[in-house]
Design a protein around this ligand. Sequence first.
Ligand code: GUN
Ligand code: ZN
Length: 441
Amino acid sequence: MARAAWRGAPRTPTVAAMHLYRSALLRFADDGSALYDEDGLLATAPDERGVQRVVAAGPWQALAARHAGQPVTHWPGRLIAPGFVDLHIHYPQTDVIGSPADGLLPWLETYTFPHESRFADPAYAAGVARFFLDELARNGVTTALAFATSHPGSVDALMAEARARRLRLIGGKVLQDRHSPDGVRDQTEQSLIDTEALIHRWHGVDRLGYAITPRFAPTSTPAQLAGAGEIAARHPGVWIQSHVAENVDEIRWARELFPAARSYLGVYGDCGLLRERAIYAHCIHLDDADRALMRETGAAAAVSPTSNLFLGSGFFDYAAADRAGMAYGLASDVGGGTSFSPFRTMLAAYYVGREGQTKAGVSLSPEQLWWQHTAGAARALGLEGVVGNLQPGCEADFVVLNPAATPLLARRTQAASSLAELLFALIVLGDDRLVERTVIA
Ligand code: GUN
Ligand code: ZN
């Protein structure tokens, strides 16, 4: 099982606090290309807040002499890579994974809303939060943008647990004041008061961030969406998260409820909910004007391929997104998504890209897939150079992968003759067994 290996870092930076790791090393250049050192060095040291940061990364031979005398942890045969960034996940849906339904709306009604009503109980929420964060760590996910439920206590449970683990985690209370059953439906005015109180309580505390979280347009009144937009305007540093254009029935419903908007995405734009740090899950059935709006506003898509395949929602159009220049990254969308593992998500994204390719789309390389779940996802969050990479200055959240974790992985990765072959083998054959250790800065 993966473990958080470095806890309780000293608060004052000293040279003695520097630590060197020696192993194969993967990181990304600014243009998204992969940088790989077969015998690499990663040097970390605590900043003034006690957060470990990368101070050097590159070939061992070139850098080791400069850091002579510092303690070294040597992991021969292993690969150090940036911790994964999950751009969209629902912690209360940990126990909803694998619930089959005839599409999104029946899935919400039959399984998800009834289950989320249990998070009115803070003790229950705390128990799930602990399991959820353990599962992220086991799978090498070190940053997540997470939905809680409509109960403010569900946010407190997640944030308190994430803070204790020194995680960089962003989350928010779901806003849903209509078309939702008793037990999860909130009250317009109180929901906005609660949101602002939670921002004050959690945003910027240690490594935590808050996300204003309207579930999706059909379950919010225009007043609630407008109120969410006003809060966003008062707090430009907080994130926004929601769903859009996932399923054809959902889109028809949104259009009926908001007939004046140009499109479903336009509903959010009209309320001031499209901007940098706004992450919209799915974005499957957008048109080119929507994609241009995403680019112009700086909003980003959380591509959720295992969820889209499981719920039969459709295929994210990578080629159209790239033509428009809109930002995106990868997400599990647990529990519509079927796995916490970034390897499963990257493989599903590859399948989705292939489907797109039959319509003149793109074929995603393993480096691109990996980038979308690390540095690319961090860029979508506005956290480029902070998480999702191991360049100097980044917070040192990383995973230690064992490419020989299973007999087939050992055999296939040993035969890999290029970085692309190695990464592809890890993506296709990998899961939580690959993740030997998860190190939190
Ligand atoms: N749309 C509104 N709520 C949800 C949810 O919980 N999961 C997914 N996949 N889509 C949604
Ligand atoms: Zn979702």
